[in-house]
Design a protein around this ligand. Structure first.
Ligand SMILES: Cc1ncc(C[n+]2csc(CCOP(=O)(O)OP(=O)(O)O)c2C)c(N)n1
Ligand SMILES: [Mg+2]
Length: 363
């Protein structure tokens, strides 16, 4: 009886900057200093947006909010790898991706206040609305990738999701289909190691998430998700491969959610202070800043300017958000399907009738 292996597999790990921002010794960066500065500027903007959103929520000026702190490199580095005609399918924590795509921060604030106008992303941005149900958008993304292949449209589809989403059937069905049909899709998993209070070790017995690609005949890679240069490199390679007909890739970005799951959560009930501290010291913005300072791409004056500019832009978008007239409650129904279904129409009419008899809305 022979038990020779018929196939052996491995999972690649990519890191370019170590935790202190030192690059790998023989680094040949294909990026211009201006591009690296854009990463830093948008990561800073995302951080400032996030901090402001948390304050607004505490003040009762925003609804429940899901912080992106700690995942800025994973989001910004990957989002910059897609072109304007590519289609992006976000989950719910993708503020950095949305900002890179050009979604107005005013709309992000609207979304997190339950205002449907925050989901009416201009079609030209090729950015799907937020998907709150975990993993359900992954098959949608694969459908879009299949459509692109059918139409010989060179667009690539990028789909973002978390470690928790890999336990859903949707993820596996989508990966399988993308593999069989060699679709132009990039599966971008931000493994922030927690799905609310469920740690990654209770999510899967696999040592990596990237290896799940192997079962579907897809390339999988694990990347240091707090290293923006590595994330960008992996995403760029995957996008180019998909665009040239080479098929899909699963990128697992190893990172950490520094904040609570959402403002409705208290992560100190299930995570240790030591774990949190260890990840705070791997801050992705600080890592990039150290690298840039050593390369003379960052000075304290430049850093101050970037921060002031981010604060000004976020303050302006808060003003814009709070200056909007109150939303129309009917939007809740209108945006559910392309056309209103009869039960939804009935429910909408019921609500509007109910509201008619109450006090007028405050403008
Ligand atoms: C289908 C579905 N089940 C449960 C939930 C409740 N829920 C919201 S976020 C979340 C965890 C998601 O974890 P992960 O995919 O790792 O993303 P992260 O929140 O870490 O960004 C759960 C269970 C949901 N939104 N949708
Ligand atoms: Mg997670």
């Amino acid at each position: 009886m022979s038990k020779e292996p018929i196939k052996q597999f491995s999972v690649k790990w990519l890191q370019i900057l170590d935790e202190d921002g030192h690059p790998e010794p023989d680094l040949h960066l294909a990026l211009e200093p201006k591009e690296i500065q854009s990463f830093y500027e948008v990561m800073t903007l995302t951080r400032v947006f996030d901090e402001r959103a948390l304050v607004l929520q505490r003040e009762g000026r925003l609804g429940t909010y899901a912080s992106v702190r700690g995942q800025e490199a994973a989001q910004v580095g990957s989002a910059y790898a897609f072109g304007p005609t590519d289609w992006i399918f976000p989950a719910f924590r993708e503020m950095g991706v949305a900002i890179v795509r050009g979604v107005a921060m005013r709309m992000l604030f609207q979304y997190w206040s339950g205002d449907e106008r925050g989901s009416e992303v201009p079609l030209s941005l090729h950015y799907f609305p937020t998907a709150i149900p975990v993993a359900t958008h992954i098959p949608h993304a694969v459908g879009a990738a299949w459509a692109a292949k059918f139409r010989r449209d060179p667009s690539v589809v990028g789909v973002y999701f978390g470690d928790g989403a890999t336990s859903k059937g949707d993820f596996h069905e989508a990966m399988n289909m993308a593999g069989v049909f060699q679709l132009p899709a990039v599966f971008f998993c931000q493994n922030n190691q927690w799905a609310i209070s469920v740690p990654i070790r209770r999510q899967t017995a696999s040592p990596t998430l990237a290896q799940k690609a192997i079962a579907y005949g897809i390339e999988g890679i694990r990347v240091d998700g707090n290293d923006v240069l590595a994330v960008h490199q992996a995403a760029k390679d995957a996008v180019e491969k998909a665009r040239s007909g080479g098929g899909p890739t699963l990128i697992e970005c190893l990172t950490y959610r520094i904040g609570d799951h959402t403002t409705a959560d208290d992560a100190s009930r299930y995570r240790t202070e030591e774990e949190l501290k260890a990840w705070i010291s791997k801050d992705p913005i600080e890592r990039l800043r150290k690298f840039m300072a050593a390369q003379k791409m960052w000075t304290p004056e430049y850093g101050d300017r970037v921060l002031a500019d981010a604060e000004r832009r976020v303050a302006e978008s808060v003003k814009e958000y709070e200056g909007q007239p109150a939303p129309d409650p009917a939007d809740l129904f209108r945006n559910t399907y392309y056309d209103l279904t009869p039960p939804l129409r009935e429910q909408m009419d019921g609500l509007l009738n109910f509201l008619k008899d109450r006090e007028p809305r405050k403008e």
